[in-house]
Design a protein around this ligand. Structure first.
Ligand code: DAT
Length: 177
């Protein structure tokens, strides 16, 4: 079974720029952007809220069934945007982009978003300890995991998205044409 287009995970600590990247990439490629946070909220795929962190405890089985039903496994062309990546089955995923951010820049972005106390601290720790990069490396083949800087300093958003688009072109050459 061959997909016509690759599926791409965009992951990283909250605030690194996942949604911003996924939206631009979706616009430029015509791929479908799926914000997992949005789906979980809209479809009610959660149990309770973690009181301390204020984040949802996700019903992963329901979420995976929903994603399967979008046809991503057969058709491809889906961008999955979430602050975790370990639950997506390896066979679905062709590229995992881990966005990284300078800690001072990230701190400002999260403060602006209203994060404080333990929630702010835990997310900062997560970025410093590169939790998402490790998670991606543990769950997917090394060659499909790409780390990109999203601090808005060295590499800008358009540069990153351009790189991903080039990768998509190459994927098509290797897998479809
Ligand atoms: P996430 O989806 O990872 O939580 P976001 O896309 O909502 O992050 O971005 C958080 C904020 O940071 C938003 O105001 C846009 C800004 N931002 C993200 N990536 C950026 C970049 N590479 N350069 C400048 N600003 C960026």
């Amino acid at each position: 079974m061959a997909r016509k287009n690759p599926n791409i995970v965009i992951t990283g600590t909250p605030g690194v720029g996942k949604t911003t990247h996924a939206e631009l990439l979706a616009r430029n490629t015509g791929f479908k952007h799926i914000s997992i946070n949005q789906i979980v909220k809209d479809e009610g795929f959660h149990e309770d809220k973690d009181e301390e962190l204020g984040s949802w405890i996700v019903d992963e089985d329901k979420l995976l069934d929903y994603l399967e039903a979008t046809g991503l496994d057969s058709e491809g062309g889906v961008i999955l945007d979430w602050h975790a990546c370990d639950l997506f089955p390896e066979r679905w995923i062709d590229l995992v982009v881990v966005l990284r951010c300078d800690t001072e820049v990230l701190y400002d972005r999260l403060e602006k978003r209203g994060y404080k106390g333990k929630k702010l601290e835990e997310n900062m720790d997560s970025e410093i300890m590169q939790v998402l990069l490790e998670e991606a490396r543990e769950n997917y083949k090394e060659e499909i995991v790409v780390e990109l800087d999203s601090s808005g300093k060295e590499e800008d958003l358009e540069g990153n998205v351009g790189r991903i688009e080039q990768w998509v072109e190459q994927w098509r050459k290797d897998n479809v044409e």
